[in-house]
Each structure stands twice: as C-alpha cells, then as structure tokens.
Design a protein around this ligand. Structure first.
Ligand SMILES: Cc1ncc(COP(=O)(O)O)c(C=O)c1O
Length: 397
C-alpha cells in the first residue's frame, strides 16, 4: 500500500547522512567535534529551571488552554510591547510546541493547495518541506556571500505571482546569520505593500546579534501591514531552551484562530511545565542572555577570522545567530588520493572522515558551494576545529 503523495514529496534531510555518520563514529569512541548543531551549548538558566520545578510541585501538570496559558500569553504580549513595540491582544497570540510548530501551524492556516510561498535561500531546511506539507509550492530567491545573503527588493518583486500567498522572512537568518538593517527591511516592506500576501516573520534569533547590529522587529516598521504579518519567536535559542519546546506566534486573529485549530487537533497545547518555565524566561532576570550572547560573539569573531585564513574558504562576519556560512567552492575540483571534492556534501564527508569535524553541507539549505558551521560549542573545541579544518584542507591538491 503506497504512503501519501504528500509525504513522498517531502525529502529526507540531507544533513542526516553526515549526522548518522558522526553518531556512528562517536559510538566507536572517536573524538568528533560537532559543528552541525542548531542549539546553544549552555544549560538553561537556573531561575527558569526552578520555575519549572515549582510548576511541577504546584501540579501545573494538566492540559492548558489550547492557545497557551493566560500567564504566558500575557508575558508574550508584554515582551512584544516593551521590546518590539508591537501591540497584540491575547487572542492574537498562540503558544506552540517550539517555533518550528509555529511556522508549521502558520503555513497550515494560510496556504491553499497550489499556493506559492516565497523563501529566500539559503533557507532553514524545514521551510520548503513545511510548504510541501501544506500542499503549497516553494518559490526560492537565491542570494550569495556577495550580497551578504540578503535579498533585494527587486528580487522579491520578481518572485511574486498571482499565486503568491506568503513570504517567509527569517531575520537573523539560519543558516547564514545575516541580519537585515532597518533600511533594508523598509525596502522589503515597500514591495510587500504593492501586493497582497502574508509575511511570516521568523525572529527566533532576535537576541543573538553582535557588533553594531541592532535588532528591530520587521512588523514594527509598518503597522499598516499588521493584518498580513505573522510574527514568530520563541525561547529556544535566546534562553538555551531547545528541549523545552516553546515557541509562539502573534498575528491577525483569524490566522491565530486557524493555527489554534490545527494545534487543537494535533498537539492540543504546548507542555504545561514548559509554559511555566517560559513565563520565567520572559519576565525574569535577563542577565544570562547577555552572558551567552557575549560568548557567542567572541566565538563568532574568532572562528570567522580563522576560517578566512584558509585557502579556498571565504566568509563574512554574520550579524546574528550562531552560524558561519562560508563559501567553500574554492575547494571544488581538488582531490586527495582517489577522493575528489565536487560538492559541499563531499566536503562535509571529507571533513568527517579525515579530521572528525561534523558540519552541514550548503546544499541542505538550498545553497551549493557553501557549508554551515555552528559555533555553539566551546572556544577550546573551536580552536581544535580550526586546526583540524586547516590540516584537512592542506591535504587537498
Ligand atoms: C530559523 C529557525 N526557526 C525556527 C526554529 C525552531 O525553533 P524551535 O526549537 O523553537 O522549534 C529554528 C531552530 O533551529 C530555526 O533555526
């Protein structure tokens, strides 16, 4: 009996091949440095853990309201007002099991079969697959290192057709770390006003920005588009809470209601204990966020500088997130023994086999010729990783 056509269209993650091999090597006792991870390496701050323990002891262990507890939605409302200058009622906020579910529910709520969804590449791997799961069609806009991985307003205009239903805007970006300036976002908003599509804004990396870059929420730059902008955020990255699975969405009431319907028939509600922890994350002391951010910034500066010293590898200094996305096409055509390097997957497998470095090939993000290295690991590991990458590349002719 065949499985559904929809599920057949969803591709198994390319990153799995590298991840599976890395796991296998580790199980054999090999010292693998994992630069493929998409999560902070810090523990969740103690005050947040304590809030969760208290919630358990207070028996907050039952189903919650489908769209999230009043306490958490109130905390989100205040966060959006105070930090992002955005006004939402509680009925316009939905708490989900991770920002991944937020994006999924949003696409389910707005996309009809055959609708087009514009996605800038390099993209987070799940976006196009979620569009497929909503029976939509992804329309990809390519960017490159030369344009700092940012789309131009003209590219957006050219991608729009009468079938365009949504545009996914991730800022700062996974996998490139690119952060748009206010002026760049205003240009994108200008084009968006000419048409009629939803803008799904993924701001999960909001707090992880570096140097002179100042994060401003996209939606706050044009309140006239409030009925078409769906803001997605969460606690996973900023508070090192990936395992707690709390994300949230703020948007037009009908979209939020639709998302709540999807959720009511799939996961019901996000974990009650995690929601209590997320309240503390949002309303409690924020010092730990800054401690982690400063660590990430130090690692970013070091790692980007060192990677740029390696022949055949070129990168910029990303504004945010915890990834470096170098152009490695300078290594294509090189070989060592029988092994020829012709793709980013070849490089990923070579680094793993030769020097036990796990990283994700750019092709997984719709960007062949690049690699994604996560610097969500200790400085010592990064120093070791740099030496290993240098040694592997030096063997290629
Ligand atoms: C761009 C982007 N959006 C959303 C998510 C999902 O985050 P969560 O762990 O809250 O589901 C991730 C996680 O990797 C991400 O990189």
């Amino acid at each position: 009996m065949p499985v559904s056509e929809r599920i057949t269209k969803v591709t198994a993650s390319q990153t799995m091949k590298v991840a599976a091999k890395a796991k296998e090597l580790r199980a054999q006792g090999e010292n693998v440095i994992d630069l493929s991870v998409g999560e902070p390496d810090f523990p969740t701050p103690q005050n947040i853990k304590d809030a969760a323990i208290k919630a358990i002891n207070d028996n907050q262990t039952r189903y919650t309201i489908n769209s999230g507890t009043i306490e958490l939605r109130q905390a989100i409302k205040e966060k959006l007002k105070n930090e992002n200058n955005l006004d939402y009622d509680l009925s316009e906020i939905s708490v989900n099991s991770g920002a991944k579910q937020s994006v999924y529910n949003a696409l389910q709520a707005v996309v009809n079969a055959g609708d087009e969804v514009i996605i800038p590449a390099p993209y987070w791997v799940s976006y196009p697959e979620m569009v497929t799961l909503a029976d939509g069609v992804s329309v990809v806009i390519d960017t490159s290192l030369e344009t700092s991985f940012k789309i131009t307003p003209q590219q957006l205009r050219e991608a729009v057709t009468e079938k365009t239903k949504a545009f996914i805007f991730c800022n700062p970006s996974n996998p490139t770390g690119a952060g748009y300036t206010v002026d760049e976002m205003k240009e994108i908003l200008k084009v968006s006003r000419e048409f009629n599509f939803y803008i799904i804004v993924d701001e999960i990396y909001e707090k992880l920005v570096y140097g002179d870059y100042k994060f401003v929420s996209f939606a706050s730059l044009d309140l006239s588009l409030k009925d078409r902008i769906i803001v997605i955020n969460g606690v996973s990255k900023a508070y090192s809470m990936t395992g707690w699975r709390i994300g949230y969405t703020a948007g037009p009431a009908d979209v939020i209601q639709g998302m709540n319907k999807v959720q009511s028939h799939s996961t019901s509600n996000a974990s009650s204990v995690s929601q209590a922890a997320a309240v503390e994350a949002l309303v409690g002391p924020q010092d730990e966020v800054e401690v982690m951010r400063l660590q990430f910034e130090k690692r970013r500066n070091y790692f980007a500088e060192e990677l740029n010293k390696i022949d055949g590898i070129k990168c910029n200094l990303p504004e945010g997130a915890f990834y470096i996305f170098p152009d490695v096409s300078g290594l294509f055509g090189k070989s060592v023994g029988e092994r020829k390097i012709e793709s980013s997957l070849d490089i990923a497998m070579y680094l793993l086999d030769e020097v036990r470095i796990a990283a994700v090939p750019g092709s997984a993000f719709g960007a062949e010729g690049y690699m994604r290295f996560s610097y969500a690991t200790s400085m010592e590991s990064l120093e070791d990783a740099v030496q290993r990458i240098k040694s592997a590349v030096s063997k290629l002719n």
